[in-house]
Design a protein around this ligand. Structure first.
Ligand SMILES: CC(C)(COP(=O)(O)OP(=O)(O)OC[C@H]1O[C@@H](n2cnc3c(N)ncnc32)[C@H](O)[C@@H]1OP(=O)(O)O)[C@@H](O)C(=O)NCCC(=O)NCCS
Length: 197
């Protein structure tokens, strides 16, 4: 049986999760993203400094098998399922659980990753169709990294931007939206420093 728990930022269970099970959380992300890329350090820093919502899936024996976190702004930041548990709907279950707490969300997805895009489509996300809105979501620290944007035949937005961290490679992205995530262009950018979906 799959159990999914939601941890509201700075609540007592949230603090206990980070104090008692941080190593377990980081191990799931390190497995998902690879230690050389987004292993422990980046997620440890993000979890402690931006204080996102955290969603944890556990298997029948209580072992953590997947986790995800979503910034309070609604930006989806990271999601990983342990290799032995993939392809069984764990990620969609985590997404659904997160939407119960945070109905206004958005996610930046690599343009070629149609499997991921289909996963969010099934969860009710829709492609962003406005660069003006996307720029507001991305915020002042990321929009300068965007080199070009255009619209696909179906009207959805696509853009290329440099990675925030060295070697700052350029990638194509789309944005998918659920509900009405707020335009954060007036924000100080703090939420964006740490994110790269
Ligand atoms: C991306 C990820 C979170 C998806 O988790 P998941 O629980 O396997 O998601 P789903 O159950 O929706 O996966 C089903 C899809 O995976 C594919 N799949 C099936 N078995 C699989 C397996 N054993 N391993 C991987 N993918 C499999 C299926 O083709 C299916 O695609 P479809 O819905 O188009 O048919 C997970 O693969 C992962 O942790 N990847 C590494 C980290 C990452 O890339 N995170 C996403 C970026 S934020």
């Amino acid at each position: 049986m799959l159990v999914i728990e939601s941890f509201a930022p700075r609540s007592a269970p949230w603090r206990a999760l980070l104090d008692d099970r941080e190593a377990e959380l980081l191990a799931v992300f390190a497995d998902g993203y690879g230690p050389a890329n987004r292993g422990d350090a980046i997620h440890r820093d993000r979890l402690r400094t931006t204080m996102p919502w955290i969603f944890v899936a556990s298997g029948p024996d209580g072992r953590m098998i997947a986790c995800s976190y979503v910034q309070r702004s609604g930006k989806r930041a990271a999601m990983a399922v342990l290799p032995g548990f993939r392809g069984q709907g764990v990620a969609p279950a985590l997404i659904r659980r997160s939407l119960a707490d945070l109905p206004d969300q958005w996610v930046e997805i690599a343009g070629p990753d149609v499997v991921h895009q289909r996963r969010y489509d099934r969860a009710g996300f829709r492609f962003e169709t406005s660069w003006a809105h996307a720029a507001g979501l991305l915020g002042p620290l990321l929009t300068p990294l965007v080199t070009a944007h255009s619209y696909r035949p179906d009207g959805s937005l696509t853009y290329s931007r440099h990675a925030f961290t060295p070697p700052r490679r350029e990638h194509h992205f789309v944005i998918m939206i659920h509900g009405s995530p707020a335009d954060r262009s007036a924000n100080d950018g703090r939420n964006y420093l740490v994110d790269e979906a």
